[in-house]
Design a binder for this molecule. Structure first.
Ligand code: CO
Length: 218
């Protein structure tokens, strides 16, 4: 329990520090939120969205799940997306994967992980589509890196297929979709996909992710 109580102490210290620097801080947040970004990331504890983007509270609307998926059957993600796009009017939706992703690794091997095997079935499909390219890579680290990238691209494509995004684009509205990978080695975000703001661009992206001859990222 010691670590748990330390967390609560940290919270009290943080709130006091914030208030000392800016007396109106909590009052502004009580009034409502107006984030410009919807961030879909992995549950992994090493990928703290706000920290790595230099964003403060109120700037990111977030949804995290294992292997940062925009899963077509995930009502939680779809509800968050609907709220972000239709009520908060976010400008950008970012899908952020990360190197060393345990979820992606689990999807590359045999079953036997439990419930998560069901959750990862879209990621398993991505692996199957690209098995030839992946198996040709020199080692497991390179294979996982590449799978993390392919998965991010696929998840951006999945997002583009949702009724929420399709409806927004049909009306000539936002959001713009982006796909990023966080590198645990140096803390940098690598942009894989950016500026997807129309069905035409999304279809081109879909062709990329399902093509076996997809070129390596440069
Ligand atoms: Co992960």
């Amino acid at each position: 329990m010691q670590n748990y109580h330390k967390m609560l102490e940290n919270n009290r210290a943080w709130a006091a520090r914030v208030l000392k620097d800016d007396t109106g801080y909590f009052g502004r947040h009580e009034a409502g939120q107006r984030p410009h970004f919807f961030f879909i990331g992995c549950c992994d504890s090493r990928v703290p969205a706000e920290l790595l983007l230099g964003a403060g509270p109120g700037e990111l609307f977030t949804y995290r799940n294992i292997a940062n998926q925009a899963h077509p059957n995930d009502l939680g993600m779809l509800s968050a997306l609907e709220y972000a796009v239709e009520f908060l009017d976010v400008k950008h939706v970012m899908v952020c994967g990360h190197h060393g992703c345990g979820g992606v690794k689990a999807a590359m091997g045999p079953h036997g992980h439990g419930v998560v095997d069901h959750w990862l079935h879209v990621v398993r499909d991505v692996y199957r589509w690209h098995e030839e390219e992946l198996e040709a890579l020199p080692d497991d680290v390179a294979r996982t890196h590449r799978m993390v990238e392919l998965n991010v691209i696929e998840q951006v494509f999945q997002l583009s297929r949702t009724p929420v995004v399709q409806r927004a684009w049909a009306k000539g509205q936002r959001p713009i979709l982006h796909g990023l990978v966080y590198d645990l080695h140096d803390g940098l975000l690598n942009e894989l996909v950016t500026g997807v703001d129309s069905d035409e661009k999304a279809r081109l992206l879909g062709a990329r992710v399902t093509s076996r001859s997809m070129p390596q990222r440069t």
